[in-house]
Ligand binder design. Structure first.
Ligand code: ADP
Length: 258
């Protein structure tokens, strides 16, 4: 059987036009932040956005959006919870009795949950679904990619990492799955001094452009280290973040409509 034969259908009541996965080499580089900012950018373009928080053991999407609603279900399926800005979210955090409970499951159970997020939830009229993937390029993200038919992948890196190794792994995974890579986003790229406006590359010089060129990929954005950004995410206010660090990424994603 070809790999693509493994893709599973979404719920029969779902209507999802494009699905984009956001991946990273490890946790803590800002994959969820990028998923959130990309979703907000597309919503600001008038698109109906869904976010599947497939980072089951480290779900952070609901908190970022200040979403605490409960998942409702019928016999046909369950419904995502909608944020103040109209983005539909499904996350393990919305299903746990206490959002601080740890999720200690192993790979196969986690993969099973992601499958349920895909076919037991009714995703209505979604132009763009962003999948906040489990970190890394191991078994769990691979199973997610086999389950869900993706239109593209965005790779998030940070300057502290061995970027070329991570990109190479992601590129190989994408090739095996026959999914196009839309490009790279570098998070925590630099710090902009609030007093003098000068940019400081405090983790050293960024290698993202070189690495992108090496693999023929686009750099879709560079996000600065910004304590206010973290504070807004912690306060559940990502939908009111000013500015758009990811306008190139959003433009590239909009091309999927053509
Ligand atoms: P991941 O999804 O890769 O595990 P997160 O997006 O959850 O990473 O980010 C990890 C933490 O770092 C969060 O507390 C987030 O608010 C913070 N953070 C991420 N990117 C930035 C940034 N550019 N500036 C400031 N804080 C950031």
């Amino acid at each position: 059987r070809k790999l693509k034969d493994f893709h599973e259908d979404p719920n029969e009541l779902s209507d999802i036009r494009h699905v984009i996965a956001v991946v990273s080499g490890k946790g803590g580089v800002g994959k969820s932040l990028v998923t959130g900012l990309l979703s907000v950018a597309m919503a600001r373009k008038g698109k109906h956005v869904g976010i599947m928080d497939a980072d089951i053991t480290g779900p952070s999407i609901p908190k970022m959006f200040g979403t605490t609603g409960e998942v409702r279900g019928t016999s046909a399926g369950a419904y995502p919870v909608t944020t103040a800005g109209g983005i539909d979210i499904v996350s393990m955090n919305l299903l746990l009795e206490n959002s601080t409970d740890p999720v200690v499951w192993r790979g196969p159970v986690i993969s099973g949950v992601v499958k349920q997020f895909w076919h037991d939830f009714i995703w209505q009229d979604v132009d763009y679904m962003f999948v906040d993937m489990p970190p890394g390029t191991g078994d769990v993200p691979l199973t997610v990619m086999q389950t869900i038919r993706l239109d593209g992948i965005v790779i998030v890196t940070s300057p502290q990492e061995l970027v070329s190794m991570i990109v190479e792994k992601a590129v190989k995974m994408a090739e095996a799955m026959k999914v196009p890579i839309l490009g790279l986003v570098e998070n925590m790229s630099y710090f902009e001094c609030p007093d003098c406006g000068k940019r400081h590359e405090i983790y050293g010089k960024s290698h993202v452009e070189e690495v992108a060129a090496q693999y023929g990929l686009d750099v879709l954005g560079r996000i600065p280290i910004k304590p206010e950004l973290a504070a807004q995410c912690d306060a559940g206010q990502i939908e009111t973040v000013e500015g758009n660090y990811l306008s190139e990424a959003a433009a590239k994603i909009l091309e999927l409509d053509k």
